[in-house]
Design a protein around this ligand. Structure first.
Ligand SMILES: C[S@@+](CC[C@H](N)C(=O)[O-])C[C@H]1O[C@@H](n2cnc3c(N)ncnc32)[C@H](O)[C@@H]1O
Length: 262
């Protein structure tokens, strides 16, 4: 089966398996659904960030992309339109708002993002962790310059933006962070790198840490990475939202995997 068909079949499987809040007996996950997944707070700051996304969508700028990740299914050449990247590579507003709510609900102080791109999700995370800091790593200099421009436009002060490859920059960033409350892995969507980053972050994680993996059904490699993370004995609860996978290390909790529609 081709990757595209595989993704459609994974999506259908997800729809069949997915439970609503009423089929969930775990109080932790029930509360997560009620207070995070289903809670649609709208605050004026969201509109400010979305206005930046609009500007990016309307931009006629092109940039030369230095792709250190698994590559794109949309782009084959290094010169890419900012508007196209914005349309295809960024988390849509709904998922970005979910990241904001996750950071807030878990009172995340030290947030790590792998894959800044133009900084749109970074801004949501920074708002969710307003008392803390979001450390975000991006390997492409021209992409990161645009992200920095977005941060300056909003005037966000709690973002530590790092330019460089995940592999080379992650150890130093983790040392600076000391501990990780929320990690959003949104770049280099392939089996080994995803597991490698997960392993690197784990020593800095604690029972309250939330791992958010993007595109867990994007490819066979990502399906395998997600299956390995679910099986990991240190992971107790996982939530498969199809586009995003959440993994928790909570102690005193029976191991359980949830597939949810939200
Ligand atoms: C999907 S985009 C991130 C989107 C962003 N989080 C959002 O939703 O607004 C992934 C980004 O990760 C960067 N990236 C991928 N692999 C990388 C690596 N190994 N090191 C550094 N950056 C990488 C890419 O350049 C790209 O900009």
């Amino acid at each position: 089966m081709g990757e595209h068909l595989k993704r459609i079949s994974s999506y259908l499987e997800h729809q069949v398996k997915a439970r609503t809040r009423h089929g969930v007996h775990s109080p932790f996950v029930y509360d997560l659904i009620t207070h995070v997944l289903r809670q649609e707070a709208d605050i004026p700051e969201f509109a400010e960030i979305e206005a930046l996304r609009e500007d990016l969508l309307e931009s006629d700028q092109t940039i030369t992309v230095n792709d250190l990740g698994a590559g794109s299914r949309v782009f084959q050449r290094p010169t890419r339109a900012v508007s196209e990247i914005t349309r295809t590579a960024l988390k849509p507003a709904g998922q970005a708002r979910l990241l904001y709510r996750l950071a807030r609900y878990f009172q995340a102080d030290q947030v790590l993002e792998l894959g800044t791109s133009f900084g749109i999700t970074t801004l949501y995370l920074a708002m969710g962790a307003e008392e803390g800091t979001v450390h975000t790593i991006e390997g492409c200099p021209q992409t990161q310059r645009i992200a920095q421009h977005q941060f300056d436009q909003i005037g966000t002060k709690n973002i530590h933006a790092v330019l460089g490859g995940f592999r080379s920059k992650l150890p130093e960033v983790l040392r600076q962070m000391g501990s990780v409350d929320l990690a959003f892995i949104d770049g280099h969507h392939a089996l080994e790198p995803t597991l490698e980053y997960f392993e690197s972050i784990l020593p800095y994680a604690h029972p309250g840490t939330v791992f958010v993996f993007d595109d867990i059904h994007w490819s066979r490699g990502m399906e395998q990475a997600w299956a390995t993370i679910k099986d990991d004995p240190r992971v107790t609860v996982t939530v498969d939202l199809f586009d995003l996978g959440l993994a928790f290390l909570r102690t005193g909790q029976a191991k359980e995997h949830f597939t949810l529609r939200y």
